[in-house]
Ligand binder design. Sequence first.
Ligand code: NAP
Length: 227
Amino acid sequence: MYILLNMAMTADGKIATESRKVTSFGSPRDLAHLYELRATADAIFCGARTVEETGATLGNGGDEYTQIRLKQRLQAYPVRVVVSGEGSISSTIPLWNAHSSPIIVFTSGRASKANLERIRKLATEVWVSPGDEIDFPEALKWLATSYGVGRIVAEGGATLNDTLFRSHLIDELHVTICPYLAGGKNAPTLSEGKGWSRLGQATRLRLHQKSRRKGELYLVYRIQSNR
Ligand SMILES: NC(=O)c1ccc[n+]([C@@H]2O[C@H](COP(=O)([O-])OP(=O)(O)OC[C@H]3O[C@@H](n4cnc5c(N)ncnc54)[C@H](OP(=O)(O)O)[C@@H]3O)[C@@H](O)[C@H]2O)c1
């Protein structure tokens, strides 16, 4: 399994404004970058708040990208995986009405019976981790076996990113630094949650590629301390 994470952030590291009304700072070029990455992957992976707050349907970007995918012998549309440990994901988001590809929800023993029943009606399939925490390595093994997923583009948000980094599941990080300062003490940054207390424990990155397109910097890091 190879997982790359793609995020766009302001120069002060924010991935949304404090009000969460602005959820993207990237240019049309940055959006095309996202679609190009999706066009290399079997699946898209994101957290419940991200699909709720952005209204994203996690498609393939349109006909041009369908062609690219088919040439690479990928399914026309990526499988969509949403993580919702409590199963709290809203029933009224646009995602549920976009029927391009399977929608999988990863949840845990913390999900109430009512939430489980509700999301089972909405999603193609729900994978329930037995304990309170989602066992991501097991979930990903299941995804590989059941849906032939070998390469994933993860797309945030901050909470899910933290877990994926802490579990050493990210192989590559694409960051677009956008020419804005958002400020806001409570505006989410690229990775939230528990974090690390010592530098020695922090995820180590190696800068692999960099390019500048107009005001944006496109950085690709490989993760050094992994698995
Ligand atoms: N600029 C960008 O590139 C970018 C990209 C993505 C998102 N964003 C922004 O980031 C914000 C969302 O980030 P966020 O951190 O609030 O939310 P998030 O990570 O998208 O979703 C959080 C929710 O996902 C579930 N979840 C995440 N990690 C989990 C884990 N390890 N185990 C179990 N469940 C887990 C939980 O759902 P339950 O509550 O059901 O347990 C949790 O409440 C939005 O404002 C969005 O616009 C920006």
